[in-house]
Design a protein around this ligand. Sequence first.
Ligand SMILES: [Zn+2]
Ligand SMILES: [Zn+2]
Length: 268
Amino acid sequence: MFLADFHVHSNFSDGKLSIPEVVDLYGRHGFGAIAITDHLCESQGVIGITSAYLGCSLTPATYPLYLEIIASEAERAWEKYRMVVLPGYELTKNMLSNHRSAHIVAIGTTQYLEADGEVIDLVRSIRAQGGISIAAHPVWTRKIEKQTYYLWDNRFELQNEFDAWEVASGPFIFDEVAKTKLPKIANSDLHLPRHLTAWKNELSCERHPEAILEAIRKQQMDFRFFNAQTALLRELEYASPRSAEPFGLGSRHRQFVSRDLVYSQAVG
Ligand SMILES: [Zn+2]
Ligand SMILES: [Zn+2]
């Protein structure tokens, strides 16, 4: 079994860490898979133009380098940590109205998409290129920030278009999503190192990109709360003074994870 986080930002959009720093953060904590999902904002409209201008969005100009770094970091992550790194992005439609705003996380995608299109066409394009489509933080995020309600408002029409809906984002579980029969996923939406303390997915498939995407499609996963601080404390407590791996990997990792909160799909 391994932990996976499929919604992670780097400094290619508004994240704090570079892609190699993200890989090392998750690798050192024993994760088995992550997806790098930087914002890809609408290019039309005031908000889209401003985000691209401020360097907060992938653009056709930055996307090839982004993919290249993810591919080389995926190799390094596998060699060093046996961790799978998937490419992706977060199609970001930020409107003035929360009810017209939507964030769509795509993973396993390597073709650039303009975020300006209709939601239904975007989601179909993600799947057409073999990717997974995720409705990101579709309900109230429990934070003071712009909200993105379009997908939730239209969930009955869109339910078959998404492979998963975020049932948790960061430290918050969304009861509204948990109560439904919609396919689910739990991600940190990491922008800063401290966001590592968050709900995650626990998978037991092979550590291979296709197997991981398939496990999400088939909903063969559970959700666990990962506390990076207690993980580190317990790790230091258990590590021998001569340990070459101060953060540890593998079985010890499972030991402390299992003592944290568990939210099983069977419950939801
Ligand atoms: Zn988002
Ligand atoms: Zn995000």
